[in-house]
Design a protein around this ligand. Structure first.
Ligand code: HEM
Length: 129
């Protein structure tokens, strides 16, 4: 699959997250939007992994692996943070309101990492084009 199609999806996921943060006080809507964003993101990773093997077959050289590695590290951190978001989010829903500050700090960190994933994805595709 072409890189721009993946990056368009990536931008949509970032925008969904902005929408989810805007409606953070509307619990039901917030949970629905954030769940959709995270599921879509996992599906995007799957698409990238499935087509990367095809890309590797076509182009034998990766000219800048360090840039790619930084991008992958940030992207993996984002997905790990998703786990913490689901955990602390579910705890909030079950009435453990003392976990709110954790969910908030982790939430803004997750959003920051997701934006960095989007920005660094341009480094990752550059050598292949
Ligand atoms: C990437 C995913 C997510 C991000 C970035 C995020 C971010 C946030 C932020 C910034 C707040 C406001 C906290 C505050 O100001 O006190 C919030 C509230 C909340 N979040 Fe999330 N969240 C995410 C996922 C989830 C998930 C998966 C759940 C549930 C399973 C959830 C449940 C809640 C609840 C219940 C609140 C409190 C809403 C209220 O004020 O009544 N969040 N979230």
């Amino acid at each position: 699959m072409e890189a721009w199609l993946m990056q368009t999806q990536s931008l949509c996921i970032v925008m969904l997250m902005i929408a989810g943060i805007v409606v953070r006080r509307k619990r039901q809507l917030h949970v629905k939007i954030m769940s959709l964003a995270m599921i879509w993101d996992v599906l995007l990773i799957l698409q990238i992994e499935l087509s990367r093997s095809a890309i590797l077959k076509a182009s034998k050289a990766v000219s800048n692996p360090m840039m790619l590695n930084i991008h992958v590290a940030i992207a993996v951190t984002t997905v790990v943070l998703y786990g913490f978001m689901v955990y602390t989010g579910r705890a909030l829903l079950s009435g453990q309101s003392q976990i709110r500050s954790k969910h908030r700090i982790l939430g803004y960190s997750t959003f920051l990492m997701r934006v960095l994933t989007f920005i660094t994805s341009f480094w990752a595709v550059l050598p292949k084009e």
